[in-house]
Design a protein around this ligand. Sequence first.
Ligand code: PMP
Length: 284
Amino acid sequence: MRQVYLNGQYLPETEAKISIFDRGFVFADAVYEVTAVLDGKLIDFAGHLARLRRSLGELDMPFSMDDADLLAIHRRLVELNQIDEGLVYIQVSRGVADRDFIFPDRATPNTVVLYTQKKHFSTRSAAELAQRVIILEDQRWQRCDIKTVQLLYSSMAKNQAKKAGADDAWLVRDGLVTEGSSSNAYIVTAEGAIVTRDVSNLILNGITRRAVLECARELGLTLEERGFDVAEAKAAKEAFITSATTLVSPVVQIDGVAIGDGKPGPVAARLREIYLAHSRAEAI
Ligand code: PMP
């Protein structure tokens, strides 16, 4: 059975229990990160930890565990669950307190949980990875830069995509694409420039986004961090997404319209390959 981490203990998943008054459950007062594992090692771990601390800071949520301990726990779970390729999730809530909108006393201990998922990334073909997306209105709150466990709209969007026979949804606010339901969104223009939404409170500043844009810079590709609308996306040569759970994955259809020739594009394929190679070299 899968082993998980809960507040200092490693336990079989069925034995890990938390209070009904945990603020993560009652108010979604919790943040999280997910780190990819390749060859049993963590990808972009420093970036995920830095973003976890930023999310905690934006919510004024106290948290006292240090980076070395968090790394050790991630590694231990990878080992206990024999994760060669997969994901490690960490969730930190403000802890347990009687129901009250006001944050509890700063001394309230956090609830900290970690768990793993097995997932194969590296051997998937471009055709297997290809995503068909639908366009939905971005109805999330305006602090999408904080990685909270309040994922209900993303979950609704994915369900709507599934109902429509698609794989996922891209979200649009004020006429411009913000991001995917759980990924950053990109297009490649006729001139070969990579366009993705600029970082603000309206998107999650992806750790994979940063690394992949760095790979694109190294390849000498032109980058444009700006909004784009659905018409521009449908007319693009190529489209793709990035996230720790999908790495770089091609988007071949938007609202039923084929992108480019309707097949996974070369820019996304090249970036995926380079990102995988970099990640493998720098994994810890
Ligand atoms: N945007 C959203 C809304 C996400 O949920 C995610 C994945 N957690 C991303 C972007 C991609 O972020 P990362 O590359 O750090 O996984």
